[in-house]
Design a protein around this ligand. Sequence first.
Ligand SMILES: *Cc1c(COP(=O)(O)O)cnc(C)c1O
Length: 375
Amino acid sequence: MSFSIPMVDLCGQYQKIKDEVDSALAEVLSQGVFINGGKVQNFQQKLSLFLHCRHVITCGNGTDALQIALMALNLRPGDEVITTPFTFVATAEVVALLGLKPVFVDVDADTYNINVSLIESAITPRTRVILPVHLFGQCADMEPLLEIARRHNLYVVEDACQAIGAEYTFSDGRKCMAGTMGNIGCMSFFPSKNLGCFGDGGAIFTQDDALAQQLCSIANHGSTQKYHHERVGLNSRLDTIQAAVLEVKLRHLNEYTAARQAAAATYNRMLSGVAWLKKPLVASNCTHVYHQYTLRLDSGDRRSALQQKLTEAGIASMVYYPVPLHLQPAFSAWGYHPGDFPVAEALAQTVLSLPMHTELTEEVQRKICNIIIGK
Ligand SMILES: *Cc1c(COP(=O)(O)O)cnc(C)c1O
């Protein structure tokens, strides 16, 4: 199915920075160092400065970032990881893959992030990690979450794949970027993410020197010295070509975030006063970087009807996510049932994400909103 108004516009974004990107790519091609080239180091350093985070370790993709993070914590099979059922599969997939147990906690009905007030009742003697996801571009409520982790001596691994640049403000006024507040943060540079490369890419963040060393080793065949392997690791690297693209795009990230926020404000304005839809709610202690602009409709039927109307008008829309993870066949071994997480289940029936990217114009948004409100 091809839409005249797509969800994202990666070509339009590339055209605007074509000269910068092309010359960075030409440099890599002429140097011929395609793995661990200088641009990988450069990008890591620049991202580290941008995030105010001591260590940025690039890797192959966001899923690997999550896996490497969990591998660095010396967990044992059966150890429990508390996370959200309303996320992309990778978050819980890596938990299962490592022989750990995903323990789901329902989400907040306004932010769609993990409901922090429900976390403590899910903690057992086997709990080792809390894995919040900063869904759609705004942070989970990290201050109380970190406090619970501290009290119960748990690690916090942030899935920040959708939230690069989102800023969380603590009650003492301190501000931190998504992915830099827990022990480890995980990032994806998948092309359609807010900072996307031209293929797969990812990164792991930590403020902890010892953890940084472990993470580096795990991403590199369990090795810090070539052909000496202190542990079983994996091969997960960011290509020099992708680092070159990311180094250029990082320079534009603040503009890109501002463009997404402006587009969200335009949607909010054009859709104000429509009783049967709920616009994204932004928590007072976090900025929203709008990886997605997600509406919630007042019923599943309303959503189907709206999605069909948009499709007929050539406008893309997507349901992120139609099946919460606890109801996925892949996770059936953990014995969850329909009704276990009513908020996540209701969201799966009623949310709809609209086109959101850096190249949206008011004219295009007007067309989209006119279809929605039936003008
Ligand atoms: C995209 C994404 C991932 C996985 O990233 P990949 O780079 O595609 O492996 C993990 N978690 C969330 C929440 C994501 O949005």
